[in-house]
Design a protein around this ligand. Structure first.
Ligand SMILES: NC(=O)c1ccc[n+]([C@@H]2O[C@H](COP(=O)([O-])OP(=O)(O)OC[C@H]3O[C@@H](n4cnc5c(N)ncnc54)[C@H](O)[C@@H]3O)[C@@H](O)[C@H]2O)c1
Length: 374
């Protein structure tokens, strides 16, 4: 495990939970080593999460012969180096999103993983929310007919406080982009997962707070050179149209991810803050019975849910990561495929190409086509 903070903790929890609920597990994760920069903290994380040892240098973890799977939960500028090195050492890789700071980095990671023949997956965890999976089943079965429109908004508010320090998330050099690559990457991936490829996009973006206190010295400020919010229109190659937006400046919206999909025969709605529910509407219902219904996605035959609790006993945000880790270990153990349920490094590259196209369109003020990844 690379990184011990937010994602380090979330993924470590997933490895610990997976064999308890997905029993017998496809392979039992053995938590060999965790790496981070600060010795005291990484040592504590190793004890807390149950890793056998720790390193303060990621190179040593990736070189450890007992490590077979590398999970990269480091900031975005630390995805390329460790992922390529891990691939070259023949290790399977689960990497956090966005895969690269730009498509060039993602392409290099994809090539390295394909050359080495290792399994590769991007941690687009929202694909593994049962209600999102159920939405995909409805769409694939034609329940809402041909998809006409997709709209997604991923809204947070944590950056509104001007005293939030200029961490790696506020610098192009370390993050690649702001809300666009951070939150936007998730809904771009979900748009591809649920609807299909994006053929063209045009967007706008805004940075509301242009300078923030430096983490090491809060008396000084450093420039913020990434977006705080973006809005983009998209055209799907299959004919649907849509909008994507993300922001760190929506007061009161803590982790609000709303998706609406409208087809010729009905509609689907999903709200991450009520992740056990899926809203569906069908034109096929008798006219006096039409209306949105809310499915509580906790039945044993709903995706993944039978592994957890009796019906009605809801699950939470971290469960999607358990599903994600289960899928990856299952793929490794069976020599199966990460796609189409999981996001491969190819999917990570495609998401980065859409991000780049949005950025280009912001400068050009024209529609831009995401690069055609081969
Ligand atoms: N899938 C999701 O829902 C989700 C949510 C949050 C973050 N993320 C992604 O996860 C990644 C990490 O984000 P986070 O929120 O956990 O960040 P964080 O700032 O909370 O943690 C970053 C970790 O990286 C370590 N680190 C930084 N530089 C290092 C170096 N040179 N060597 C070793 N360790 C180093 C830090 O010590 C820390 O443990 C990012 O790519 C982010 O976009 C994904």
């Amino acid at each position: 495990m690379l990184g011990y903070s937010f994602m380090g903790k979330a993924h470590s929890n997933a490895y610990a939970r997976m064999p308890v609920f997905f029993y017998p597990p496809p392979a039992r994760p053995r938590l060999v080593a965790i790496a981070g920069r600060t010795e005291g903290k990484v040592k504590e994380a190793a004890v807390r999460f149950g890793f056998q040892r720790y390193y303060t240098d990621w190179n040593k973890l990736v070189a450890d012969p007992e490590v077979e799977v590398v999970d990269n939960g480091l900031p975005n500028d630390m995805h390329l180096g460790p992922c390529v090195e891990a691939a070259e050492r023949g290790k399977h890789i689960l990497c956090e999103k966005p895969l690269g700071r730009n498509p060039g980095e993602s392409q290099a990671m994809l090539r390295a993983a394909e050359k080495a023949g290792v399994k590769h997956m991007v941690a687009f965890n929202y694909r593994f929310v049962p209600a999102v999976r159920l939405a995909k089943q409805f769409i694939d079965e034609g329940y809402i007919g041909k998809v006409l429109q997709f709209r997604a908004a991923y809204l947070q508010d944590w950056a509104m406080d001007p005293d939030v320090p200029r961490t790696w998330r506020f610098r192009k050099e370390s993050a690649g982009s702001g809300a666009l690559g951070d939150l936007g990457a998730h809904i771009i991936d979900l748009s591809r997962f649920l609807v299909g490829e994006i053929g063209a996009t045009v967007g706008i973006a805004k940075t509301f707070t242009g300078a923030r206190p430096l983490p090491g010295d809060p008396t000084k400020k450093g420039e913020v050179d990434v977006d705080d919010a973006f809005v983009a229109l998209v055209k799907f190659t299959g004919g649907a149209v849509g909008s994507l937006e993300a922001s760190r400046f929506c007061a009161g919206r803590r982790n609000f991810q709303r998706i609406e999909i409208h087809g010729t025969e009905g509609s689907i709605g999903f709200n991450l803050e009520r992740l056990n529910e899926l809203e569906v509407y069908s034109n096929r219902e008798q006219s006096d019975r039409r209306g949105f219904k809310t499915i509580l996605v906790t039945e044993a035959d709903h995706p993944f849910v039978g592994k957890w609790w009796p019906r009605g006993h809801i699950i939470g945000w971290e469960h999607a990561m358990v599903h994600e880790v289960y899928h990856f270990f299952d793929v490794i153990a069976r020599d199966g495929r990460v796609a189409p349920w999981g996001a491969t490094f190819y999917d990570g590259l495609r998401a980065d190409e859409v991000i780049e196209a949005v950025q280009k369109s912001i400068s050009s003020q024209r529609w831009e086509a995401p690069g055609l990844a081969s």
